[in-house]
Write a protein that binds this ligand. Sequence first.
Ligand code: NAD
Length: 434
Amino acid sequence: MANIPSSLTSFYKEPGPKLDKESPFESMMERFRFAAEILQLDEGLFQYLASPVKQVIVSIPVVMDDGKIKVFEGFRVIHDNVLGPSKGGIRFAPDVNLDEVKALAAWMTWKCAVVNVPFGGAKGGIRCNPKELSKHELERLTRRYTANLLEVFGPDRDIPAPDMNTDEQVMAWIMDTYSMNSLKTETAVVTGKPIILGGSQGRKEATGRGVVTVTLAALSKMGLMPNKTTVVVQGFGNVGSVSAELMYEQGAKIIAISDISGGYYNAEGIDIPEAISYMNANNRSLEGYENAQPISNEELLELTCDVLIPAAKEDQIGRHNAHKIDAKIVAEGANGPVTANADSILEENGVMVIPDILANAGGVTVSYFEWVQDRQGYFWTEERVNRRLNRMMRSAFDNLYAVCEKHNITMRQAAYVYAIDRVAETLKLRGIYA
Ligand code: NAD
């Protein structure tokens, strides 16, 4: 990493996330440094973009169902608000901490910039075990967290969304608490709301739909026809099942799918609508799915195919198995499924990786549409949402592809170069307020 002063590189090493070498957060920071070098980013700008603009820690007292008071810790980090109000999810988990939230907030900045959504990046969390809380306790926890952050949140300031263990109901409570304190209904303060409360059509499918849009764009660059391709999908939840279904609709042969119960392989192709019906009837699990042969999740990743879509969790393709990946395209439906160590191995083997900050940005893109619709008070049809999503994802892909060709770098490197350049250029025009 020439050209980057060691004082700045160490900035990441010290206050940054204390995670193992192959953690997605460390991987992201490595990629950030690489892009900064290509851009010859000014030292001051580098420092600016490496530092979150605001970090808030709140104590959240909650009266539990047994009448006792329990105090939880909550976080909200705004990494950046140069492009517009900050945007990012809120997670409820026992191990949430400030470092993790800081890294995830930065990730959101780059993701929004890649798809040209006028938002900065943020993330929040409450350290709690949602499984141990009753619905009423969860509601009181959410409302008090929101009340403590009234000065941070706002449709023009910072807009939360669902993340790990938070859902439409949690968003509805945040919206209501914020609205009660604003003395008016403010639907645009959160996204990922139920449709009846100002949510958007197409939001649930948006991430998988975006994965498919960029995958089709990549196939076309390679001169491959979707109906002549084989696809493997890891994870069969929101992102994985929608990606599989839409690729299936394009005529692709989905030869393997998987979930936490294991992998399922059929060389003749899996009937995806039938597999989805099976999963829905089987408590959202593929366990016992019979129209395919069981394989392990490790074997699944190593199958020969045209497109591999890891859509389950982080760190699935690392140094240990990257050389065994036999796909032409890896489209990262999940966040961080390929580690930084695996990037170079895949590159050497000619595998095109469509990076998470592009591939799964369909979700934040339709969140942006939700915010726009709430502010207009005018709601779009699903067809309009999908058409606009498709257009934005396709143009983001083309923008990154052009950067890729210009600098002769990978799509991942191009995504960071593009995003950092966009934020840095905007920052230069705005200048530093003094
Ligand atoms: P989900 O909970 O709906 O589905 C996750 C799926 O992965 C399930 O089928 C689960 O069984 C499976 N899974 C879990 N562990 C596994 C393992 N070890 N091996 C194989 N399969 C396993 O979650 P989701 O919303 O589809 O999110 C999946 C990934 O996509 C996550 O990394 C998430 O952060 C990312 N993502 C989601 C969205 C979104 O809008 N939902 C947006 C951006 C990124």
